[in-house]
Design a protein around this ligand. Sequence first.
Ligand code: SF4
Length: 448
Amino acid sequence: MGLTGIQIFKLLPKTNCKECGYPTCLAFAMNLASGKAELASCPYVSDEAKEQLAEASAPPIRPVAIGAGVRAFKIGGETVMFRHEKTFYSPTGIAAVVSSDMDAKALDKKLKEWNALQYERVGLNLRPELVALKDANGNSSAFAAAAKKIAAESEFNLILMSDNIDSMKAAVGETGFKKPLLYAATQENADDMGNLAKENGLPLAIKAGTLEDLIALSDKLTGMGLKDLVLDSGSREPKKVFEDQVVIRRAPLRAGNRSLGFPTITFPCEMASNLDVETMLASMLIAKYAGIVVLSDFRGDSLFPLLLERLNIFTDPQRPMTVTQGIYEIGEPGKDSPVLITTNFSLTYFIVSGEIEGSRIPSWLLIMDTEGLSVMTAWAAGKFSGDAVGMFVKKCGIADKIAHKKIIIPGYAASISGEMEEELPDWEIMIGPRDASLIPKFLKEMAT
Ligand code: SF4
C-alpha cells in the first residue's frame, strides 16, 4: 500500500527550500501521496529514501509498456476502480489473431486491410495496436518468419503466442526490436519463458487455471526478477472472466495485493463463435478492466465502436474533450465563403462541422477556446462573451482570408451580438440557427 503524506514527509529533507515547486516539504509530501507530484521534483531526497518512496509511490497496478514505434502503448498504471473517482490512464490495447501457417500473401493482404482501419476523431488517430501471432503447429521457423514480417513490414506491435520455447526464441530473435509481449508463461514452462523474457527485457504474459495459481506464478516470476507481467486468469467463460477482471483490479487497489498488481490480457476470440459476440464481450472488457482484448479479426463495423468506447472511457472525466482553437476549412472555402464561429467543445465542433459539411457550402469555421465548454455553458461562464469573441475574430487572422466582413454566431449566443458589434464595428454580425441541424438550410438561403 502507498505511504501517507506524513510517512513520506518523514523521509524528506525538511529544508522547505521550495525547489520542488511547493512551499514546504509537507505540502510536497501531501501532493506526492495523492499522486499529484512527482518524486523526481525534489533533488535532495537521499538514495535510500528514494528507494522506499519509489516503491511506495509506484502505482498499485504496474504500468507495462508494449511495442515500439507509432503504435507502442502502455497498459496498467491504474489507480482507481471507477473512472469517476479520478480517471483511467491506459487505454485497453486491441489485438486480432493471425496464425503462423497463413501464407505470406494472405498475411500481407490481412495486414494491409487492418492497417487501413484508422479513424480521425477529436484530432486523434484511433486504431488498434496489436497483432497476436499464434504458433499453429510448433514450426519455429514459420512462426519466426511470420513474426518478422509483421514486425518489419507493418506498424502493428506483436503478441507472440506459443507454448514452444524454441518457437518463442526464434521469433524473439527476429522481433525483439519491436518489444513484443510474450504469451504465455505457465506453471510448466515458467522458468524457460521467464528467462527468455528477462534476457531480452520483454513483457511476459502469465496464464494459470485459477487465481490462486496465478498469484503463485506471478510470485515465482517476480522472484526471478521479472517486473513487466500481464495476467491471464485462464477462464474463457464470460461471467467468470468478468469476475476475474474485477477481482484482479480490486486486489492491488483495495487489499494491497502486489502479486495481482499487473494489467490483464483477455481473449474474446476464444469466448465466442462469431465476431459480433466477440465485439460485445470486448466492449464489456474494455469497460471492466482488461489491459488487452484479443479478437479473431478486425472489421470496421466492430472495431470502430470499440475504439470510440475506449476513447470515451479513457478520457479524464474532469477535462472535457476539446479541439484546438483556430480556423478550420470545411470544403475548400474562398474569399466569399461564409464564416461561422463556435466553441471548442469537441461535440459542438463535430456537430457543427458535420452540418456545414452536409450543406456542401464550403465555409470557414472559427473555433474559439472556451476550455471545452459548449456554447450555452461558455456564454453563461463568460467565456463566450461578445468582447472575447470579437477579440478572437480580430486576432485569429480570418480577415486576411476573406473579402467580406460577415460572421455567423450561434443562435444560442444571439445576446452577444451587441458587444461584438462594438468590438468589430465594421463587421456584420449574423445570428445563426439555435439548432445545428438548421445550419444547412441557413447557409443555402444565405447563398441564394
Ligand atoms: Fe522539501 Fe525537496 Fe521540496 Fe526542497 S525540493 S521543499 S527539500 S521536498
